[in-house]
Design a protein around this ligand. Structure first.
Ligand code: ADP
Ligand code: MG
Length: 378
């Protein structure tokens, strides 16, 4: 990818710039916990957006996307926003850096990527993080702290791309480290690295390529259930809630709210259990917790769908160590922890069985936990 980018940069702008990259991400466990002030547990993966960038001494940005095969120019003032959706991610990052009182000047850039778009691996966060990291290096002597780079990406989504996302994706993309997952506390925003070196296992994503559009905003309804239970328990969020507190209040809570809260409280504990298991290198327990999360998301939180439950069932039948929905639900991917010896058979079976039932093949992505935002070469 680097050679191709360098060649096209040379043809288009002449000479060379510095090359930067940032990664897509997975979340091993910790789903629907962010808005309940719990933990998430993501890591950066070996699928990246890579950009060659060189300041051009003007106040204009000249940007070429290899994958979309489009060229865009824009200025750096608020009213200069490009209309192309993909370019708004880069424009937004520039604007958010400037708004925080740091520097951005004109530059030439060519970029490409291999993070699948819209598959739940956060290609948009990889794009934002790549440019945020690069512009920090090129114009700000790396004075912007890492976590602020993630916030710059998040604000870009909010203010320039119309996506009201949390901080996990950008955080994972910026701060990711090879062989490590990160437990992010969504209340304090403190984070800790945990070793993830599953020797003898692979991480495999199975993308169902379905997305059920639901009318009654299930996401907001889940949030409201959680807020109702927290307030019934006299707590600011479900972060402080325990199963004992929930059981004690059961008579005053609707059956539905009870189930939602049971999932969230269980999930908070499962993240902690997975961290303990990883410190012992116990990947069988990690896998068991992943299945528990899937079960909770499906039966208590009710954000699964037929296709995702089917993928989970096939994983179980094939002896896969761990499998669960990754992301908000109602479609998208499952994440699977698969023994090396079972990998090829699992991929074959899940592809064939899913296609036979639903009429299209799922997409399979093997991922390795890798570095986040970085400089690739001068
Ligand atoms: P995801 O879940 O992958 O983040 P999004 O819809 O949030 O999906 O972001 C995808 C968008 O990010 C694309 O529509 C495009 O605008 C931009 N993008 C991602 N990868 C690339 C790429 N390789 N080249 C150009 N734009 C990209
Ligand atoms: Mg995105």
């Amino acid at each position: 990818m680097e050679d191709k980018i360098r060649k096209i940069f040379e043809e288009r702008f002449g000479g060379k710039g510095a090359v930067y990259a940032s990664a897509g991400r997975i979340n091993l466990i910790g789903e629907h916990t962010d808005y309940n002030e719990g933990y998430v547990f993501p890591g950066a993966i070996d699928k990246v957006i890579m950009a060659e960038i060189r300041p051009n001494g003007t106040d204009k940005v000249r940007l070429f996307s290899i994958d979309i095969n489009e060229y865009v120019e824009f200025g750096l003032k608020e009213e200069d926003a490009p209309k192309e959706g993909w370019a708004r991610y880069v424009f937004g990052v520039c604007r958010e850096i400037l708004k925080r009182g740091f520097e951005v000047h004109g530059f030439d850039a060519v970029f490409a990527g291999n993070v699948p778009l819209g598959a739940g691996l956060s290609s948009s966060a990889a794009l934002e993080s790549c440019f945020a990291f690069a512009l920090n290096d090129l114009f700000n002597q790396n004075k912007i702290p890492q976590f602020e780079l993630a916030l710059i990406g998040q604000s870009t989504e909010h203010n320039y791309c119309g996506v009201n996302c949390g901080i996990m994706d950008q955080f994972a993309s910026v701060c990711g480290k090879k062989g490590n997952l990160m437990r992010l506390d969504c209340r304090s925003l403190e984070y800790e690295y945990f070793p993830f070196n599953p020797q003898g296992y692979k991480l495999v994503l199975v993308d169902s390529r379905v997305k059920h559009e639901l009318k009654d905003s299930p996401y907001n309804k889940r949030r409201e259930s959680c807020e109702r239970v927290a307030s019934r328990l006299g707590l600011p969020s479900l972060r402080e809630a325990t199963m004992e507190m929930l059981e004690a209040a059961k008579a005053d809570i609707s059956e539905e709210d009870y189930k939602r809260a049971r999932f969230v409280i269980g999930e908070k504990q499962r993240v902690l259990d997975v961290c303990d298991a990883l410190e012992k290198g116990d990947y069988e327990t990690v896998g068991k917790k992943m299945y528990e999360t899937h079960h909770g998301l499906s039966k208590d939180y009710e954000v699964s769908c037929e296709e995702l439950d089917f993928l989970n069932d096939v994983a179980k039948e094939e002896g896969v160590t761990g499998s669960r929905i990754m992301g908000g639900g109602f479609g998208g991917c499952t994440i699977n922890l698969v023994k090396d010896s079972l990998h090829d058979k699992f991929v074959k079976e899940v592809t064939e069985k899913f296609a036979a039932k639903y009429g299209h093949e799922p997409k399979i992505y093997d991922v390795v936990i890798s570095d986040g935002a970085r400089k690739v070469s001068e």
